[in-house]
Design a protein around this ligand. Structure first.
Ligand code: MD3
Ligand code: FE
Length: 217
């Protein structure tokens, strides 16, 4: 019998799993880049800090959010949209770091989507207890392009539904370093994140960071 020599998935295998006809999980795809990604995220969050946005219905989101790239995702009493300026400081969102862009392009290529050039990366921060209820991503103008998501930090249970809110959902664990590419006919499926369980990640601490790269404009 071989005992595990490492206390986490630092040597996790790079496997792929199909979640739907056009959705693929690339396990551990970003694992060896985590440290540099976190450094870039910190720089973005210094210029445009994480904030808890208000939904049009008047609720405060439990997920902290910021963006980088030409556009950033915004929610307030007026609705959901992409904007060129960060409403908190009136300045353009921080540019998309080259390393983040390269990772997203490589992941899209690997999953069979060539020529992916995202113009925004939404950065979600989940502390234990934070969640994202079932929703569709419909604010992007280009829905033919896929969405690439990168998970860092403590694990989360992702819920993957169908094209109707009432469709059954499948649970998928997303762990540190996992990348998922969602495209084609899966692009408008309902999805969400269950409330995060308290946990601590050796590199990221007691939180989960999720990056989603999109073609919004
Ligand atoms: C499936 N974020 O920001 S990423 C979101 O983990 C969002 O923070 C979640 O849902 C998170 O909108 C999930 C995975 C994801 C993103 C977009 C999708 C899955 C998707 C669009 C269509 C289908
Ligand atoms: Fe979403």
């Amino acid at each position: 019998m071989t005992l595990p020599l490492f206390d986490d998935n630092a040597l996790a295998e790079r496997t792929t799993e199909d979640l739907g006809p056009a959705s693929r999980v690339l396990r551990a795809f970003a694992l060896d880049k985590a440290t540099e990604l976190l450094r870039e995220i910190e720089r973005v969050a210094t210029a445009s800090p994480f904030r808890h946005m208000t939904t049009p219905g008047g609720h405060t989101m439990s997920v902290g959010m910021t963006s980088c790239g030409e556009l950033g995702w915004v929610s307030d009493a007026r609705g959901y949209r992409y904007a060129r300026l960060d409403p908190r400081n009136g300045r353009p969102w921080p540019a998309m770091p080259e390393r983040l862009l390269t990772l997203a392009k490589n992941a899209a290529d690997t999953a069979g989507f060539s020529d992916f050039t995202p113009d925004t990366c939404l950065i979600n921060r989940y502390l234990p207890g934070a969640r994202m209820s079932l929703h569709q991503d419909k604010d992007e103008r280009n829905r033919d392009a896929p969405i690439v998501s990168v998970s860092l930090g403590i694990p989360a249970t992702f819920l993957f539904g169908g094209n109707q809110r009432s469709d059954p959902t499948r649970r998928v664990q997303l762990r540190h370093g996992d990348v998922v590419v969602w495209g084609g006919e899966d692009r408008l499926r309902f999805h969400g994140i269950q409330p995060l369980k308290p946990d601590d990640h050796r590199l990221v601490g007691p939180q989960r960071i999720n990056l989603t790269f999109r073609c919004a404009g």
